[in-house]
Design a protein around this ligand. Structure first.
Ligand code: ZN
Length: 367
């Protein structure tokens, strides 16, 4: 079995705050009978459940991992933030940033999520697995060193990368973020670092509103090692594959990483409540095929996918199953029940022409 699958039941127990979608409850905002924050356990638990029901889980090396250590965390986050987070977590939980609430024990659960990411990366770098998937929760790609943000409490991928760099396990890492939101935290942490390429494909002006511009290319020694690919709302399957073929994959080829990490959000999917794109399970399958081929060509197949956003409880499991089937090469399929309906609702040709123009403009900008 070539694919590691890092998960832990405890990561489904992370919770915090009284929200209706992204709105704090109160005033004219009625509490939800079920749900709350869109970053709820259900999307991720239902992916794990679907893997169990189809049997794909048996074609994966499923395991947990130790929590990230304090040494791991302080490479990315200031001690003052970690101290404040731990103190509030012990006191029952609360909020230290922007829409990143947590409950009692949230600190330990966030450290476990970072640890699952680190475990996945280490298993690939050690050669224990060919590729790996971390079903990490809470997610990480919006988290800044000193401020939690957008459901993200610790910068999972950055923590894992810094640990591997510090231990000399790798010296050249590429992070490709296809979550529908900009990977602003990962970008900020590595913005002046030439040894870490960060690429983000995201819906323009979604979240955060003030980051993700194509002109943000990195700074100082890291100039050119950051690529933002903002896409217009409504873009679908073909637009995502074009962004991969025309922009992301050539950038990976030029950078020649030791390992590729994908910040794998599913909120570009057609019925996500926090995105306005039209990707499908087949889009995620094809993008996984592309990045698997790139890893085989560039870095001995070393590839790690780290679960980020994705808020459709019904659809995320099918998108994730398609990704994990592709990664593992398993014959076990979970046919997309929405395939026909979403295929029929892809953008019209005139939108495609417009969106392809966006890709062409960006290609001229980058290459
Ligand atoms: Zn997202």
């Amino acid at each position: 079995m070539r694919t590691g699958f890092f998960w832990d039941e405890r990561s489904f127990w992370h919770a915090g705050g009284n929200y209706a979608l992204t709105l704090p409850v109160g005033g004219l905002v009625q509490p939800m009978s079920a749900g709350g924050l869109p970053e709820s356990p259900e999307t991720k638990r239902r992916l794990k459940n679907l893997l169990d029901v189809t049997g794909l889980i048996h074609d994966l090396q499923a395991r947990s991992a130790p929590a990230a250590t304090l040494d791991d965390l302080v490479r990315v986050h200031p001690a003052a933030y970690l101290h404040a987070f731990k103190k509030l977590s012990d006191a029952g939980g609360g909020e230290l940033g922007l829409r990143a609430p947590f409950g009692r024990g949230g600190f330990e659960l966030a450290a476990l999520s970072a640890g699952l990411t680190k475990g996945a990366l280490y298993s690939v770098l050690n050669g224990d697995t060919q590729n790996a998937y971390a079903l990490s929760r809470p997610p990480g790609h919006h988290c800044l060193p000193e401020m939690p943000n957008g459901f993200c409490l610790l910068a999972n991928i950055a923590i894992a990368v810094e640990a591997a760099l510090a231990e000399g396990m790798t010296d050249r890492v590429a992070v490709l973020d296809w979550d529908v939101h900009h990977g602003n935290g990962t970008e900020a942490i590595f913005y002046d670092r030439p040894e870490v390429l960060t690429i983000s494909i995201h819906q323009e002006y979604n979240y955060p509103l003030d980051t993700g511009d194509a002109g943000d290319r990195g700074a100082d020694a890291g100039r050119g090692a950051n690529m933002n690919i903002p896409l217009p709302p409504g873009g679908g399957h073909r637009l995502y594959l074009q962004a991969m073929e025309r922009l992301a994959l050539p950038a990976l080829t030029r950078f020649r990483p030791d390992v590729i990490i994908v910040a794998c959000g599913y909120d570009a999917a057609a019925i996500d409540p926090l995105g306005r794109m039209m990707a499908t399970a087949d889009t995620f399958r094809r993008m996984t095929e592309m990045v698997t081929e790139a890893a085989a060509d560039l870095c001995g197949g070393r590839l790690v996918l780290v679960h980020e956003g994705g808020y459709s409880e019904v659809y995320v499991p099918f998108c994730g199953h398609a990704v994990l089937q592709t990664l593992s090469g398993s014959a076990i399929d979970a046919p997309d029940p929405f395939a026909e309906t979403f295929a029929a609702r892809q953008p019209l040709a005139r939108f495609d022409a417009f969106a392809e123009g966006v890709i062409t403009d960006l290609a001229g900008f980058f290459f």
